[in-house]
Design a protein around this ligand. Structure first.
Ligand code: PMP
Length: 401
């Protein structure tokens, strides 16, 4: 109508940012547990503005990030290849380091072939999104890693979840999904938040029974279980698992990831995984560091056992103190707490006593403290961690009274 201006109603996508106040409130209350600038390069001690802390919240399970051999390999790779390849592997970004690392990983884990991605996240997303289409079904453990869910979302396959490690529920989901659809079951070998293992023998059996393919995300199993060979080797089912993804950002002291599987599938993924093709390759220094770490792991398999023993000691001591850590045979110690405020307060009190652990809150997982241990934590450091938990436990039970 002439002379009457029409009001255009728009939705401002920044509105959700303006109403997001949680992080600012937590900072104001000195209870913000994220993005702390840590300095130093030791696996077990880091420097913060509040002083030195014991690092019990990293995935540096073997402590190899500051190993002179790993650092020297990274430095030599910078000299040889520069700081970045500035492009995708498909085009200018590939190096002999990628090819060597793929060969070594496949041999070590015991799978026919491997494909290196810039990160483990991209490996999961790339594999799942390029193998499945909207006609297929992806069946995920409820506690599988976010990257697995994101890959499922990108693939547009129908996503079905089964209750964590619940084989009855997995079977129900398999039985309920149409047999004329492609089916992929995805589990973590070791669940990062609780440190518990997937019952892989049973998962393999069900996948075979229902004709589904199986992908095991072994980010926390590689370098930890079965002399570092991972969860499939731990259960003796490597030859029955279709695909394994691994990351270099934990035991392998670097950044990057890979998928391992049959040669034809790897060749297909090499040319179809968008997160590989449309993203620059991992820096040469990172690949060389992962390669060196893998070499050390092969030569010194006892490194893995020590990390797990350190965590077992802490788990035992925490149980004696009245905590209820999740049982596990990995370097991860997970202590579930009642709610978010209690988790943040416990986290803060531990940090005030010089111990950094991960404060985990929804949506990542139910509220808990997640501590993780390294081969290089000393007995004296572990005692200090336990002493800090003892004091914080006393404080919290006083508050409960
Ligand atoms: N899967 C799991 C189970 C993980 O814990 C992680 C890292 N937190 C990833 C995948 C992603 O690995 P990356 O850090 O290499 O992206």
């Amino acid at each position: 109508m002439r002379g009457v201006s029409r009001t255009v109603v728009t939705v401002d996508i920044f509105g959700r940012c303006q109403s997001y106040t949680e992080s600012r409130e937590a900072r104001a209350a000195n209870l913000y547990p994220y993005f702390i600038p840590f300095e130093g390069h030791d696996a077990t001690v880091a420097q913060t503005l509040d002083g030195d802390i014991l690092m019990c919240g990293s995935n540096n399970y073997l402590g190899l990030t500051s190993d002179p051999r790993v650092k020297a390999a990274a430095q030599a790779a910078i000299e040889e290849y520069g700081t970045s390849r500035t492009g995708s592997r498909l085009l200018n970004g590939n190096t002999p380091l990628h090819d060597k690392l793929e060969q070594e990983l496949a041999d070590f884990v015991g799978m026919p072939a491997a494909l290196v991605f810039p990160t483990g996240y991209q490996a999961n997303v790339g594999v799942i999104a390029s193998l499945l289409s909207r006609h297929d079904v992806v069946i995920l453990d409820r506690e599988a890693h976010a990257s697995v869910y994101d890959g499922g979302g990108m693939s547009r396959a129908k996503t079905r979840r089964f209750a964590h490690n619940d084989m009855g529920d997995l079977e129900r989901q398999l039985a309920a999904s149409p047999s004329d659809a492609g089916r992929l079951v995805v589990v973590d070998g070791v669940y990062s938040m609780a440190g518990d293992l997937c019952p892989l023998t049973e998962v393999v059996r069900l996948c075979r029974q229902y004709g589904a393919r199986l992908l095991v995300d072994d980010a926390h199993g590689i370098g930890v279980l079965a002399d570092g060979r991972g969860t499939s080797a731990h259960f003796g089912v490597t030859d029955q698992v279709d695909l394994v993804t691994v990351t270099f950002s934990k035991s392998l002291a670097s950044i990057g990831g890979a998928v391992l599987g049959p040669e034809d599938v790897i060749e297909y993924l090499r040319h179809h995984a968008r997160s590989l093709i449309f993203s620059a390759s991992a820096p040469p220094a990172s690949l060389a560091a992962a390669y060196a770490a893998l070499g050390i792991l092969k030569a010194e398999p006892w490194l893995c056992q020590q990390a797990t023993e350190n965590a077992s000691y802490v788990r035992r001591e925490l149980t004696a103190l009245g905590y209820d850590p999740v049982p596990s045979e990995t370097p991860i110690v997970s202590v579930r707490l009642d709610d978010v405020p209690q988790t943040l307060l416990a986290w803060r009190n531990l940090l005030d006593r010089g111990v950094y652990v991960n404060a985990v809150i929804p949506p990542a997982a139910s509220p808990r403290l997640r501590a993780s241990f390294s081969t290089t934590h000393t007995p004296e450091q572990l005692k200090r961690v336990v002493a800090a938990f003892a004091e914080v436990g006393d404080l919290m039970s006083l508050e409960d009274q």
